[in-house]
Design a protein around this ligand. Structure first.
Ligand code: ZN
Length: 691
């Protein structure tokens, strides 16, 4: 998966969604602290403290950057500078997520720093919880569910605290008084009917007017679509630019115009700081290719020119030699209901050479997988190209990758670049490791899995099979198959993302069970795939519902995809009793009776999903998604939420970053870069805000 985010599109929708996929396997996301600490001790190893903080539905973890010490001095310095650049775009994302977000965050931080009252009151505690949630979501909406947070502290508290702070410490805009600030922010925070959702996907509504993100101002969905359709129609059809990617679209005096994110444009101040660090990084690049990548990125930030962005993406995808790598810029479009506007994000990383052997094996066999896939031959790629598979360790996360974090990356997003030049697909193993290790012994499996047998399978093979599924999803799944000539990438519109994720997941599921996998040494036993099958079905049919509020539909495309797959195979397999939902002591459990038939059903659905995508069959996509992916059985949902609640676990996780310090000698030369893991969540957030 790819972490948590979500949404829909038009444009390069389909492949795009593969970009940073957030594949959160839900089970790996749950953790409880005391149990975990105990497990570690018992195991007598890895006493690293993975759990940093917990509030609302969030648990904050820490990841280890093993192997950093072994990098060369130049590589370490490069990572240091790129990491600094990764920290500089945070305010861009806050602003993109909602026009009041920055002012709200700064106001809350001013209250937090100035507060001198009783810290045991409900108001104060709930206030701190709210602030931590705002930090986590980079705004006032839930990072995954998209709904606005409901503040559980009182408006009276909020107003009283602001009144006690001097104006110089408040983020007042020009000509704004303290009273104006209070009035405007209390409305936004406390009035539930304002800015309800950051990204609204509800069919039939004006998705632009009803989404509270800050990518558009004073424009309707129709105007947006018209504006970008005509740009597209007048541009290069074979190699279309990513129109709208790096701008806000506004209407002024009746005229639509884009405010471009660039130096001397929108977000100039933040971009200037990003450029400062990127310039410093250049001399430490590993090779000429990487140097050119950084230089081209700088040029893109200076000009905002989308053709330059494509040139940059091509240079970037071709740099497969460097051990260190990074993303820094406007990349993913999950935050825009139309999938045009990209949020700012950054991730700095280096290759985990050992683990990369696994994905290299997969990509060396890419053509075999394509040829043997259960899809119609017309939709197969004659030549599967450019899948560069590697496993990386994250060294720094920023913007939309932070604190909620992807576990995989598959870039660039532009379809034509992927077709001609390939893509880079990576699994971020130190993040998935931290998920898995922090979740040991939290009681989740015991509560939801059918029997000891499934639990045992999961303990034995779960992590391996899960990593493999993610690799297959990212390295091969998104890149497999082809559209028929004249079928537009956008043909499936708002259903495109869900269908694309389903395609990649099914590809992975189908092959996880293949003999070839054991032959290639990717799984140690021919039963190992069952761990992933069980986990997937349980998650898709039941446990992912722990992340949804009772009464709500499923909106996020990865989640829709998972339920779509699980429900479809459940229904189709009913006749042969392939998968059952069994009731025991008023609790429901998923029971898989026939794993090999289940695999065939996955293959059957993959075939149909590929057909839908290749032919651009909008009606079929809509029917599948609406029938299987959206609606939830209310009674089952209530039960799952109750059982889950009793476990006292947090359904969402994110990460604090390590900190890096330059070590210099008395000549002022850099002799080393030190990594440390001591900063708390609150310390880190305040430090970034004060940068
Ligand atoms: Zn994906």
């Amino acid at each position: 998966m790819i972490f948590n985010t979500l949404r829909f599109y038009d444009k390069q929708t389909v492949m795009k969604r593969g970009i940073i996929t957030i594949l959160l396997l839900i089970e790996t996301l749950f953790v409880t602290n005391p149990l975990f600490a105990k497990t570690n001790k018992e195991m007598g190893k890895d006493t690293f403290n993975y759990i940093v903080d917990q509030f609302a539905d969030i648990q904050v973890l820490r990841y280890r950057v093993d192997g950093f010490e072994k990098l060369s001095l130049n590589q370490k310095i490069l990572i240091y500078y790129l990491s600094q650049a990764a920290e500089e775009g945070r305010d861009i994302l806050f602003d993109q997520n909602g026009e009041y977000n920055l002012q709200i965050r700064k106001t809350l931080e001013a209250i937090f720093k100035n507060y001198s009252g009783d810290k045991t009151t409900k108001d104060y505690k709930e206030f701190v919880c709210y602030l931590k949630r705002v930090w986590f979501s980079n705004g006032i909406h839930h990072h995954y569910g998209m709904e606005k947070f409901e503040p559980k502290f009182s408006k009276t508290f909020f107003i009283k605290e602001i009144e006690s702070i001097s104006e110089t410490e408040l983020p007042l805009k020009e000509n704004q008084t303290k009273t104006d600030l209070i009035n405007s922010l209390s409305e936004v925070i406390f009035n539930p009917s304002i800015a309800k959702k950051r990204v609204n996907q509800a069919a039939g509504e004006d998705l632009i007017l009803t989404s509270a993100n800050n990518y558009y101002k004073n424009v309707t969905q129709q105007e947006v679509e018209h504006f970008y359709d005509s740009l597209k129609a007048n541009g290069n059809q074979e190699q279309p630019l990513s129109y709208g990617l790096n701008s806000r679209l506004i209407k002024e005096n009746g005229i639509l115009k884009e405010e471009i994110y660039k130096l001397n444009g929108r977000y100039s101040k933040e971009i200037e700081r990003i450029l400062f660090w990127l310039e410093k990084a250049i001399p430490f690049a590993e090779n000429e290719q990487q140097k050119n990548v950084i230089k081209k990125l700088i040029f893109f930030y200076q000009t905002g020119d989308l053709a330059t962005f494509d040139e940059y993406s091509i240079l970037w995808v071709k740099d497969t030699e460097s051990q260190t790598d990074f993303v820094n810029g406007f990349i993913e479009t999950y935050g825009d209901p139309l999938g045009l506007k990209a949020s700012w994000e950054s991730i700095v990383n280096f290759k985990n050479i050992e683990a990369t052997r696994r994905t290299e094996t997969i990509s060396q066999n890419a053509q075999w997988f394509e040829n043997n896939s259960p899809i119609d031959n017309r939709f197969k790629k004659k030549e599967v190209k450019g899948v560069s598979a590697k496993v990386i360790s994250a060294a720094m996360l920023g913007g939309d990758c932070y604190p909620a974090t992807p576990i995989g990356i598959n870039l660039p997003n532009a379809n034509w670049i992927r077709q001609i030049h390939g893509s880079k697909s990576v699994t971020i193993e130190n993040i998935t490791d931290a998920y898995a290790k922090s979740a040991l012994g939290n009681g989740f499996n015991e509560e939801f899995m059918y029997s000891e047998k499934e639990i045992e399978l999961k303990e034995k093979y779960g992590h391996l099979a899960d990593n493999l599924h993610t690799d297959l999803h990212e390295c091969l799944g998104h890149g497999s198959g082809q559209l028929l000539p004249n079928v537009s990438q956008d043909a499936l519109k708002a259903y495109g993302a869900t269908i694309e994720e389903a395609r990649a997941d099914l590809f992975g599921l189908y092959y996880t069970a293949d003999k070839k996998i054991v032959e290639l040494g990717l799984l140690p036993h021919e039963d190992a795939y069952k761990a992933e099958y069980y986990q997937f079905m349980m998650n898709g049919l039941m446990t992912q519902l722990t992340r949804i509020k009772l009464g709500d539909d499923i909106e996020e495309s990865h989640m829709r995809n998972r339920q779509l797959i699980a429900k479809w195979v459940y229904e189709k397999g009913k006749e042969n009793n392939v998968v059952e939902i069994v009731e025991r002591e008023n609790k429901h459990f998923v029971k898989i009776n026939n794993y090999s038939k289940l695999r065939l059903l996955f293959g059957e659905l993959l075939k149909e999903i590929q057909r839908i995508k290749s032919e651009g069959d909008f009606e079929a996509a809509k029917n599948l998604v609406e029938k299987y992916g959206v609606k939830i059985d209310q009674e089952l949902h209530r039960e799952i939420l109750d059982r889950y609640k009793r476990l006292n676990l947090a359904p969402y996780k994110g990460f604090v970053n390590p900190t890096y310090t330059l070590i210099t000698n008395n000549m002022g030369e850099i002799t080393d870069v030190k990594v440390s893991y001591t900063e708390s969540y609150t310390e880190q957030m305040l430090r970034l805000s004060n940068k």
